[in-house]
Design a protein around this ligand. Sequence first.
Ligand SMILES: NC(=O)c1ccc[n+]([C@@H]2O[C@H](COP(=O)([O-])OP(=O)(O)OC[C@H]3O[C@@H](n4cnc5c(N)ncnc54)[C@H](OP(=O)(O)O)[C@@H]3O)[C@@H](O)[C@H]2O)c1
Length: 201
Amino acid sequence: MRIIVVGGAGTIGRRLVPALRSNGHDVVVAGRTSGSVHVDLTAHATIEAMYHEVGTVDSVVSIAAHGALDEFTTLTPDALYENMRAKFFGQVDLVLTGQHHCADRASFTLTSGIFADQAWPHVTGGGVISGALHSFALSAAIELPRGMRINVVSPTMIDDSVDTHGEHFPGLRPVPMDQLVDHYLRCVEGNDTGRVIRAYG
Ligand SMILES: NC(=O)c1ccc[n+]([C@@H]2O[C@H](COP(=O)([O-])OP(=O)(O)OC[C@H]3O[C@@H](n4cnc5c(N)ncnc54)[C@H](OP(=O)(O)O)[C@@H]3O)[C@@H](O)[C@H]2O)c1
């Protein structure tokens, strides 16, 4: 399969991309400055340009852009919207735009996160982004044209990220990276659609 991995140079991408390649797939890595194709999920024109540059693909995987931490008592609607731009609206744009460019029966695999389902301090934005992505995928799964599929992988903190993120999420049990990579591979290579894969360790 020909696959675009947006965020393929990141923490998850560095493990997923080699796994996809070793399964025989032709993988194009995209990012704002990393990868061989440049795209910014906050800029619709760059998403259009990416699909034109790469040509028809069979699968789009998005593992890019985080929800920022926030402070509820000073949070504003504008700040919440800004927080949602890349990870929510950008991933939605990858699908809404991609449906016109991808091959028949192409799949989209998006990334959300555990805070859709679990309250935690300072992640109102992250929780809203992830919950909204889950709802988006339900609708998209029954409306995408030409047999296209969509799934969302919702990770908890990953074991590879404990050193960098662990201080913000004490007590959150991490998910092993190998398990997480298997979830993405199944979304790309399997037949599922409309699923939210909760990789909560
Ligand atoms: N790591 C964890 O423990 C964890 C847990 C739960 C959920 N997640 C979610 O999993 C996803 C990936 O996490 P990660 O830890 O692998 O991230 P990461 O290491 O920060 O890598 C992010 C990747 O996305 C690209 N990127 C960032 N912003 C972008 C944008 N606006 N447009 C296009 N590309 C962009 C970056 O490349 P450029 O800088 O070149 O753009 C980079 O390659 C995120 O949505 C994150 O919230 C991660």
